[in-house]
Design a protein around this ligand. Structure first.
Ligand SMILES: [Zn+2]
Length: 372
């Protein structure tokens, strides 16, 4: 057990923490109000470092996050209005001409998910909110490749089946939490795409500022903690994230995407799985990842705002746009999407980001000290 005193640092980067680890530290002492960069937090978690009370005998000092995006994100514009409440019977809603179009779209999307190997066995499910409190959903125990019009059913927002012959999916609660939390959400797709699920089982989310397609259509991906699939407790795990994220990784399970249409929700599954796959391929090259510059990232965010898509980064300053915050619940974020200990130095590019964060934070601290 070795304690290393880092109280002389006002801002600690990943390099500072790695030096402490190299010196054999198992515990670190931080100055009150010290700022940890995201990579520094990553090192602390990876190395299992304990933050202990400072020398004055006080409890562990409050440590500030650099660049937390959730605090100043305004609500994005709604992508589409929800249909007016219906006076028709539930059978009539499920068998209406507009429901027929939606059911045909769900069948097409189910086939696409299966063709792309995003759903296995009877896995995955698709829903569409056709009125404010009525949702069309796929059935349980059926491959998404084999859906027919008769298989689709209608439920209310509590999951009670109201119409349709086949029994509704047990995962419908997951979708319903989205509809109850996000008024503009009209469709949701849950699947098990292998590359995104690989991130989900490693407890990591892919970084931003790497490929424009991902940042515009998906952006920050959240990750929700594990719960038993099909339960109401499982469904509740995504609630904190759904307003600011249209894509959520489900720990040790898969993902769920919501959108204005079923087709768009399936697009997001494609975008994020291809993105995760590309990051894995890039990591194998062993040369780190080059980021899109923050000023160009701001342009992407503007495009996204015009499209009416949600994003946790609206309202952030340019210098914060490509930072990788820690997600609530203590799950780490990999700044470079590289595996640990990969040869060639995964953090070679992110070192620049660390320097930038440190410089900016130093300036902020100096301004605070000048104007207490
Ligand atoms: Zn599932």
């Amino acid at each position: 057990m070795k304690r290393v005193d880092l109280q002389s640092y006002k801002v600690l980067t990943g390099k500072n923490l790695e030096a402490a680890v190299a010196a054999g530290a198992s515990e670190i002492v931080l100055a009150e109000g010290a700022v940890l960069t995201p990579t520094a937090r990553d090192v602390i978690r990876r190395a299992g470092l304990a933050i202990v009370a400072n020398h004055n005998g006080a409890s562990a000092p409050p440590v500030r996050e650099s660049a937390s995006p959730r605090a100043i994100a305004p609500a994005p514009p709604a992508p589409s209005p929800v249909l007016p409440r219906s006076t028709r019977s539930d059978e009539a809603i499920l068998n209406s001409p507009e429901a027929l179009v939606i059911k045909q779209e769900m069948i097409r999307v189910g086939k696409k998910l299966w063709d792309r190997q995003y759903v296995d066995g009877n896995g995955g499910n698709i829903t569409y909110r056709i009125t404010p409190d009525r949702v069309i959903c796929t059935p349980t125990l059926l491959s998404k490749a084999d859906l027919t019009l008769d298989d689709l059913c209608l439920v209310d927002l509590e999951g009670n089946q109201l119409a349709g012959k086949a029994k509704r999916t047990s995962e419908v609660y997951l979708h319903l939490e989205i509809y109850k939390t996000v008024p503009e959400a009209r469709a949701a797709v849950h699947a098990h795409p292998p590359h995104a699920t690989a991130y989900a089982i490693s407890g990591r989310v892919p970084p931003r500022c790497v490929i424009p397609e991902q940042d515009v259509f998906v952006g920050s991906v959240a990750i929700s903690p594990y719960e038993t699939p099909g339960t109401r407790e499982f469904a509740k795990t995504i609630v904190p994230y759904v307003k600011d994220h249209n894509t959520i990784l489900l720990a040790n399970h898969g993902l769920i995407c919501w959108a204005d249409t079923v087709t768009h929700a399936e697009w997001y599954v494609e975008v994020v799985d291809t993105y995760c796959r590309t990051l894995m391929l890039a990591a194998q090259l062993g040369n780190g990842i080059t980021r899109i510059p923050p000023d160009k990232q701001a342009v992407l965010l503007e495009i996204k705002k015009r499209l009416g898509l949600p994003d946790a980064n609206y309202g952030l300053k340019e210098c914060q746009l490509c930072d990788q915050p820690e997600t609530p619940g203590g799950i780490t974020v990999c700044p470079t999407a590289c595996p640990q200990n990969c040869p060639g130095g995964c953090n070679s590019k992110s070192g620049d980001l660390e320097t930038l964060i440190k410089t900016i934070t130093d300036e902020v601290m100096a301004a605070l000290n000048a104007n207490p």
